[in-house]
Design a protein around this ligand. Structure first.
Ligand SMILES: [Zn+2]
Length: 232
């Protein structure tokens, strides 16, 4: 992919997943917003693979936007939030079978607890070239915290993941998608090179490295809906 000039947009979709599960008929709109059925997820991954998309890591995305490092054609980032256990049991095997990289934004406090990923699983995923990035310690509302508390949530999550997994953590994911200029400054001060938001779209810009856009995939999306949101 051709490198963008400064300020120009690069077409790099960042997909966003949370839960992977089958929902009951009477599931709430909220549940449907943050869940994708395993069968649909698999169909989406098969489609990406067959359509010539190439998954990249957050570090590759940063290197491209900051330093114009070349990317494969049709680059895409596949992100998973919050470290739910099914991201290992359901997503990881599908990604591995297709040779795709997933980026997993985990918050560290619930790791090893019921229904969350374990450190053993995270190590296995990291060793299998999956991209593990930071999503705070406890998933707080960062804007409501005192600056030193917010900084600890941001910086410590990076330090813990780097220590446990032995790989650089370059991207932060704002809990609840909540940020302001003060939070962005703390994320920069903690040494992150980028951050993802809930802003929609696939155009990424160097001057928006700390507010990268993502595409949410939801329960009722058909494969056609999914494909339509990507660069044509
Ligand atoms: Zn989250």
């Amino acid at each position: 992919m051709t490198a963008p000039a400064t300020g120009q947009a690069a077409n790099i979709p960042i997909l966003m997943y949370h839960h992977l599960a089958d929902l009951p008929e009477n599931a709430s709109e909220l549940q449907q917003t943050w869940t994708v059925a395993p069968k649909n997820f698999e169909a989406q991954m098969n489609w990406l693979s067959q359509s010539g998309y190439h998954t990249i890591t957050m570090a590759q995305l940063v290197a491209h936007l900051k330093r114009q490092h070349p990317l494969p054609v049709n680059p895409i980032v596949i992100t998973f939030d919050d470290g739910w256990a099914e991201q290992y049991t359901i997503a990881f095997p599908i990604l591995q079978r297709l040779g795709l990289i997933g980026t997993f934004f985990v918050y560290t406090t619930p790791i090893d607890r019921n229904s969350y990923l374990s450190w053993t699983q995270l190590s296995e995923m990291s060793n299998a070239a999956m991209d593990i990035q930071a999503h705070s310690l406890t998933h707080p509302h960062l804007r409501t915290l005192a600056p030193e508390e917010a900084f600890k949530e941001i910086a410590e999550s990076k330090r813990i993941l780097e220590k446990r997994l032995g790989k650089p953590v370059v991207a932060f994911n704002y809990p609840f998608g909540e940020y302001d200029n003060a939070v962005i400054d703390l994320v920069k001060r903690a040494g992150f090179e980028s951050a993802v938001s809930l802003a929609a779209g696939y155009k990424q810009r160097q001057n928006e490295l700390f507010v990268l856009h993502r595409i949410r995939v939801s329960y009722l999306d058909t494969l056609e809906d999914f494909a339509k949101r990507l660069p044509q």
